[in-house]
Every structure is written in structure tokens, then in C-alpha cells.
Design a protein around this ligand. Structure first.
Ligand code: PHE
Length: 344
């Protein structure tokens, strides 16, 4: 009896050692037979009591060895079969399958609109001027005829740099006017796009950071009629609108000052809503450069005159693309931004 059962266990051991399953089905058979919950080795442990005392230990060790070899072999085979299956998968790679679609980037709507405005003015001889965003008080305010304690300073809530009351984040691109005039004599014909900052509560209509485009033209005999024609040209090119009006307004650096509206029309409900039922939309601020500003910046007001205008780019983008919340322009949600991939 003893010898027989020893042979049986040794036979199983050999079977385990010789086994070479090379696919998942064969491996599963191996698992069920040697390591599964009802494997053939389990009942052998119960046989110990039938073994003669002097061979009990030997038998126990043998059965344990078989069990361990079965487990080790299974783990090794499993790794082999898995590796093989992976290889087979790789071999099945279809090189003719279409590729993953390529995500195309899109220009930001603010950039699109900014470029568009710049192009329009470049066509009539304006050149781009760029300047710093951290400005001193002189170029942002004083040179622009807004000295300290001038009430007009309240029109623009200013971010001052922490360690200084004289340095600030520019509140408008008009500071570029001051710097350009200081360094150049007329004729001056610049368009100045850039980012500006104001300490304002963020809402659907206002933001603490936005972009403006400023225009400045200074030469001999520049008149209000020149300003009006230039703005009419802009309204046509930008919006395809042919009717504008200039409403008297106030800016410290221009005299007279005006706000330009374009006649948007009242063709549908949106038109009614955005023009508040008037058909007119406010587009920008403008005016004849105040002689005091020319003088502050080293230009002879007796000889030269000029006009300036400034507009918020986000506002233009909102009108052009019918965006009703300025915050969408700063959140950078790709679902929003993707919609501009076909714009230029
Ligand atoms: N700087 C003005 C603003 O920020 C706009 C403006 C520019 C008005 C130039 C007139 C002339 O509101």
C-alpha cells in the first residue's frame, strides 16, 4: 500500500514537471488539476494516516514538495502564457486602421479679434506699438492730463504695486500714447493692443483684467472729420455696418471727447436685447488729443493736432460672436474655445 501511494505521488510530480501548457485553455486544465479548490493533491494529505509510522515524515515532505512545485509551476506558466497572448495581440495590430484623430488647436477669440482690429488699421497706415503693463503713475495718468486728486482717476480703479504708490498695472493702453509721443515726433500713427487691469468686481460684463486697442494719430491739421472717417471705415470693416454716431463724452486726455456708437439694427430679438431696443451699440471712446497732453509729452500743440480712440477687445469679441458673459473669455474651457477653430 505504502509503496503504491508513493509511486502515485511521484507520478503526479513528474506530470507537473513535464506539463507544458501553451495556451490559456491548457493552463486552466493544469490549474484545476493541481492548484484549484478541488485539486488532486488535496486528498493525499488525508492519506498520511494510512502510511506506516517510519515513512509518515517522508510522505508528508513529498506531498508538500509536490504541492509547492505545482504552485510555482502554475505561476511560471501563467506568466508565459500571458506574455505569449500579449505578443499575439501585438501581432494582430492593424496597420491599415485609421489613426487617432488629431486635436487641432484654435486661436483664442480675444487674439482673433485683436488681430482683426490691428489688420484693419494697418491697412490705412497705422503701425503697432507695444509697451509695458507695469507702468508708472506719470505715463498712465499724469501725462494723460489726469494729475493726482483729479476726479477722473476714479473712473478707473487702479491696482498699485504693493511697495510703491507710483508704480501700477496700467489701467488703459493710453499709457502707450504717452510713451510714443515722448520718443517720436509727428507724424505718429500707431495702434496699440494690449492687456490692462482694473480693480473691478468680476461679473458677466466686467473683469479685472482685459484687453484694449488704442489708436493715435498726430500730424499737422488733423481734424475731427479725420477721426470720424477713420472710425466709419473701422465700423464697416469690422462689423459691416455703415451708420455710426458720435455722442459727446468726457475723457481727461481728449477734448472734445466722444463715444462712438454703431447702428447695429433691430432685426431680431437678440438685436433688441443687446441694443436695449435702440438699435445702437456703444463701441469705443475717442476724441481730439488734448493740447495739454501733447505738451506734456513734448509735442508742440501749436503745430500739431491729433485724435485718439480706445476700445475694449473683449467687448468687441462679445458683440462679434454673440457671447453674453465676459468670463467665458478667461476660463479657457476647451469646449468653448474649440468653437473658434474655424475663425481666422
Ligand atoms: N482710455 C480710455 C478708456 O480706457 C479710452 C480712450 C482712449 C478714450 C483714447 C479716448 C481716447 O476708457
Amino acid at each position: 500500500m505504502s509503496a503504491e501511494i508513493f509511486d502515485k505521488v511521484k507520478g503526479l510530480l513528474k506530470e507537473i514537471q513535464d506539463a507544458a501548457p501553451d495556451n490559456t485553455d491548457a493552463l486552466e486544465q493544469f490549474r484545476i488539476r493541481f492548484v484549484g479548490a478541488k485539486n488532486v493533491l488535496k486528498p493525499l494529505f488525508g492519506e498520511i494516516r494510512n502510511i506506516s509510522n517510519e515513512r509518515k515524515k517522508e510522505f508528508g515532505q513529498l506531498v508538500n514538495q509536490v504541492k509547492q512545485e505545482a504552485e510555482a509551476k502554475f505561476n511560471q506558466l501563467k506568466a508565459q502564457v500571458e506574455a505569449k497572448a500579449e505578443e499575439a495581440d501585438a501581432g494582430a495590430l492593424d496597420l491599415t486602421a485609421p489613426g487617432e484623430p488629431l486635436e487641432l488647436g484654435a486661436r483664442h477669440p480675444v487674439s482673433i479679434v485683436m488681430n482683426r482690429i490691428v489688420k484693419i488699421f494697418e491697412r490705412i497706415g497705422f503701425v503697432v506699438a507695444e509697451e509695458r503693463e507695469i507702468e508708472d503713475d506719470w505715463h498712465n495718468f499724469t501725462a494723460m492730463n489726469t494729475p493726482e486728486d483729479h476726479p477722473a482717476r476714479d473712473m478707473q480703479d487702479t491696482y498699485y504695486l504693493q511697495d510703491s504708490t507710483k508704480m501700477l498695472l496700467r489701467t488703459h493702453t493710453s499709457s502707450v500714447q504717452a510713451r510714443t509721443m515722448e520718443n517720436n515726433q509727428p507724424p505718429i500713427r500707431i495702434i496699440a493692443p494690449g492687456r490692462v487691469y482694473r480693480n473691478e468686481t468680476i461679473s458677466a460684463r466686467s473683469h479685472c483684467q482685459f484687453h484694449q486697442v488704442e489708436g493715435l494719430y498726430i500730424a499737422e491739421n488733423v481734424s475731427f472729420a479725420d477721426l470720424k472717417q477713420t472710425l466709419l471705415y473701422f465700423a464697416k470693416e469690422m462689423y459691416g455696418k455703415t451708420k455710426i454716431r458720435l455722442r459727446p463724452s468726457y475723457f481727461p486726455f481728449t477734448e472734445p471727447s466722444a463715444e462712438m456708437d454703431i447702428y447695429w439694427g433691430l432685426e431680431n430679438e437678440t438685436d433688441y436685447r443687446i441694443t436695449k431696443g435702440t438699435g445702437w451699440l456703444e463701441i469705443l471712446g475717442c476724441g481730439m488729443v488734448d493740447p495739454q497732453v501733447l505738451e506734456n509729452c513734448g509735442i508742440d500743440p501749436e503745430k500739431y493736432s491729433g485724435f485718439a480712440f480706445g476700445m475694449g477687445i473683449e467687448r468687441q469679441a462679445m458683440m462679434l460672436y454673440k457671447i453674453n458673459d465676459i468670463r467665458l473669455l478667461f476660463e479657457n474651457d476647451v469646449r468653448f474655445l474649440n468653437q473658434f477653430s474655424s475663425a481666422y
